[in-house]
Design a protein around this ligand. Structure first.
Ligand code: AMP
Ligand code: MG
Length: 411
């Protein structure tokens, strides 16, 4: 099968057509950040469960304070102190008050809490200089959640607020789509591990590290299979083992060189190819297929190609497996700061620095754009797409880009 280049969008839709949400499991709440809920969360009780003080102060009966004024305060006997976590069983009687801490249950009889800052305490009495409105500083039972409320729907993405809300309902575990099991294998006889000195013709294996980090950034802990030399048998053995995972990601060996075995091995192992070749640079030689339920990505070897291909194809697939409906980052329009030529028919994916000025996005290339030049990936917070088959773009024209990192938005 000859390489038949397809567009980025077409390639991504072929990938996503094979990616289905993984089965559901019960997971302890603390491990659910970034997971997608697979059940509706219905509250069995109200939050708060009881009326409680919204301020440190004094629980009072509003009717006992109606005559209070700055010159002639109401004087109420302090019968008890109620710390948070304690319940006062007696009911306040006429002209009685209880000292109360934020979050403590409001005692029977009381219908307002007057904050400490505006009263005086003298010899066991609290002096109230105003008429207190009923309900003041009381957080009502159920004001956040009523028993029986559906507080979150299946399909919700779990972030810190959602996780906190579920915890407030006293739920220790929830049903979520299980995490994808991802295997990472780097191919190349020239590769050595980072803790080894380089021999002649050798380079350090960096793809394993960037791919592992890209997975971890999504909350996915991959299985690192290390390096396999460009040897057909060894590649076949390791890829076979890799196919035991939901996703196998290889880097390198997928082009048309004499020692590029990954595609042949995919074929021999029964991987049905869904695409080979994307009309983009970097990242053209991408071989993607499926075997049983496993997604198999043969990414190119160049370190930037690996990262760009992961962003555009692997990440969306992993998100879909995790149950996400939205799998791509939003695209924005930006004004580009320099001319970029692109005479070739492929989309040029340029590493850029993106920033906003007066409400307008701007992008600027981060430096030399060779597919092996990782330095220009460092400091890039976006990828800009320069259409192929034309003259490229001129400084001041608009291009589409996606924002990779929001922490680098400032110029
Ligand atoms: P390939 O696609 O196998 O021809 O590799 C393309 C380029 O990427 C070659 O220059 C490789 O040496 C380089 N390369 C491949 N794998 C890695 C890796 N794991 N780490 C760093 N560079 C790599
Ligand atoms: Mg290679």
């Amino acid at each position: 099968m000859a390489m038949k280049l397809i567009s980025i969008e077409e390639a991504r839709s072929r990938v996503l057509a094979e990616a289905h949400p993984l089965p559901v499991e019960s997971r302890p709440l603390a491990g659910t950040l970034g997971a997608v809920l697979a059940e509706d969360i219905v509250s069995s009780h109200s939050v708060p469960v009881f009326d409680n003080a919204g301020m440190d102060g004094y629980a009072v009966r509003a009717q006992d304070t109606v005559d209070g004024s700055p010159d002639s305060p109401s004087r109420l006997a302090i019968v008890e102190t109620i710390p948070a976590g304690h319940v006062l069983t007696r009911v306040l009687g006429q002209n009685e008050a209880a000292k109360i801490m934020t979050g403590a249950p409001v005692p029977g009889g009381a219908d307002a809490v007057i904050q400490s800052e505006v009263v005086e305490e003298v010899e066991g009495r609290v002096l109230v200089f105003e008429a207190v409105k009923p309900g003041r500083n009381i957080r009502r039972a159920g004001e956040d959640v009523m028993a029986g409320d559906r507080v979150l729907a299946a399909g919700s993405l779990l972030g810190p607020a959602e996780i906190g809300l579920i915890a407030s309902l006293g739920r220790p575990a929830v049903q979520v789509h299980r995490q994808p099991r991802v295997a990472i294998l780097s191919t190349g006889s020239e590769l050595v591990e980072v803790d080894r000195p380089l021999g002649p013709g050798q380079i350090h294996n960096s793809n394993t590290y960037s791919l592992q980090a890209l997975c971890r950034q999504m909350g996915v802990e991959p299985v690192v299979m290390g390096i396999v030399p460009d040897d057909y048998e060894a590649t076949r053995r390791l890829m076979e083992a890799g196919l035991a995972h939901d996703v196998l990601v290889t880097s390198g060996g997928v082009s048309v060189g004499q020692y590029d075995f990954v595609k042949d091995v995919q074929d021999e192992l029964g991987v049905t190819r869904r695409l080979w070749g994307v009309a983009m640079k970097p990242g053209k030689p991408l071989a993607f297929g499926v075997r049983d339920r496993s997604l198999v990505f043969g990414l190119p070897g160049n370190p930037v190609s690996v990262m760009v291909s992961f962003e555009l194809f692997v990440r969306p697939a992993l998100l879909r497996l995790m149950g996400y409906r939205k799998t791509t980052r939003p695209l924005y329009q930006a004004v580009i700061s320099e001319d970029v030529t692109n005479s070739d028919g492929r989309v040029f994916v340029v590493r850029v620095r993106a920033w906003r000025e007066d409400g307008v996005w701007h992008v600027s290339s981060t430096g030399p754009q060779g597919s092996g030049i990782l330095r220009s990936m460092v400091g890039a917070n976006g990828l800009a797409f320069i259409p192929g088959g034309a003259r490229g773009v001129r400084a001041g024209e608009e291009v589409e880009f996606l924002l990779l990192r929001e922490d680098l938005e400032e110029p």
